[in-house]
Design a binder for this molecule. Structure first.
Ligand code: UFG
Length: 329
């Protein structure tokens, strides 16, 4: 398939591009390089430096590259920033995405794969989270993702667009060959920050909250390898042949892992100590979030290669050890 990967130079998008090639598809990248990295995309892959909300430019790419499926990874994803600057999130994550859908329909491209998030569930009452759990986001970031999920349902019903929305838990790790990895600026995620602290590149890691009602007092999250996420996006293609398909899947390993367990995994992978301090809770952090991904496993045949935290962190360490400055030379 000819696949337009919107946000294909970003963390999850760039891993998906490589998995598409491995599966015999032809990816084309659209990325305005605000957060994406040109170096994350192999030179032979077409890369268009275009805004996803620019209907004229996107329409021309859809035609020229004979695109059959669009995958959309290009969202702003800093939860704290979304609280402080909600309009930025509504313009980019909602408004620009609606333009993308509009031009897709105008050009007759009717298959769409959307990056959603477990943040659409807010603070769930029951664990693990199933797709039918109530969705009540607690920040604008999660709300913008839910808004697009809802728009997609209506658009699919009205037009026959078929789509899959994947609700990721904590995307983590890097390509197994160490060629691409996670490089956010600013970095807010636990694993890269713990690695940077171990390497002496960042201050001591702050553990946000040690008094949670969890076994070791720190938050539990469901870390899922970025290549496992990517493979689910490709496994869904067959289902998108049904016009109007409206599909939602959780993607997580289902294994709850604490902040202290992540630190231990980084220490084991690196052979270094992770300096840390115990800090107050971070606003908006639910104590535990982990997935029931039975639906993706049974309906898509999704097989998780990285089922525990250590091998995930090992791949992250491999990338950060060989590229201490990320994509910067
Ligand atoms: N944490 C720390 N110290 C840090 C950074 C994180 O203790 O310096 C803790 C957090 O409190 C949390 C865990 O590590 O308990 C994971 O935090 P991340 O920031 O790595 O990830 P989140 O779980 O907050 O965020 C992820 C996605 C978001 C998504 C969110 C949904 O990265 O995009 O899940 O809750 F919105």
């Amino acid at each position: 398939m000819n696949v337009l990967v919107v946000g294909g130079a970003g963390y999850i998008g760039s891993h998906c591009v490589r998995q598409l090639i491995a599966a015999g598809h032809r990816p084309v990248v659209l990325d305005n390089l605000v957060f994406g990295h040109r170096a994350a995309v192999a030179k032979e892959i077409p890369l268009y430096d275009v805004n996803l909300g620019d209907e004229a430019a996107v329409g021309a790419i859809l035609e020229k590259e004979k695109i059959e499926v669009v995958m959309h990874f290009a969202a702003y994803a800093f939860v704290g920033e979304s609280v402080a600057q909600p309009l930025k999130y509504y313009f980019n994550n909602v408004s620009a995405t609606l333009h993308l859908l509009n031009v897709m329909l105008a050009k007759g491209v009717k298959k769409f794969v959307f990056s959603s998030t477990c943040a659409t569930y807010g603070i769930p009452e029951k664990m693990p989270i199933v797709e039918g759990s109530p969705q009540a986001p607690i920040n604008p970031y999660g709300q913008t993702k839910l808004d697009i999920e809802n728009a997609l349902k209506s658009v699919a019903h009205a037009t026959g667009l078929s789509f899959a929305a994947f609700r990721y838990f904590n995307a983590a790790g890097a390509s197994e060959d160490g060629v691409i990895g996670e490089d956010h600026n600013p970095e807010t995620h636990l694993i890269p920050l713990a690695i940077a602290a171990a390497q002496g590149k960042a201050p001591a890691l702050k553990i946000f909250g040690t008094d949670y009602p969890t076994p070791d007092g720190t938050c539990l999250r469901d870390y899922v390898h970025v290549d496992d996420l990517a493979r689910a996006h490709i496994a869904v293609f067959e289902k998108l042949s049904t016009p109007g398909a409206s599909l939602f899947f959780n993607l997580g390993t289902g294994t709850p892992t604490s902040v202290r367990e992540v630190i231990a995994a980084v220490e084991k992978a690196s052979g270094l100590k992770v300096p840390f301090t115990e800090a107050p809770r971070r606003a908006g952090d639910p104590p535990a979030l982990y997935a029931d991904s039975t639906k993706a496993k049974t309906e898509l045949g999704w097989k998780i290669k990285f089922t525990t935290i250590q091998p995930i962190v090992d791949t992250a360490w491999k990338w950060h050890a060989s590229r201490p400055n990320g994509y910067k030379a």
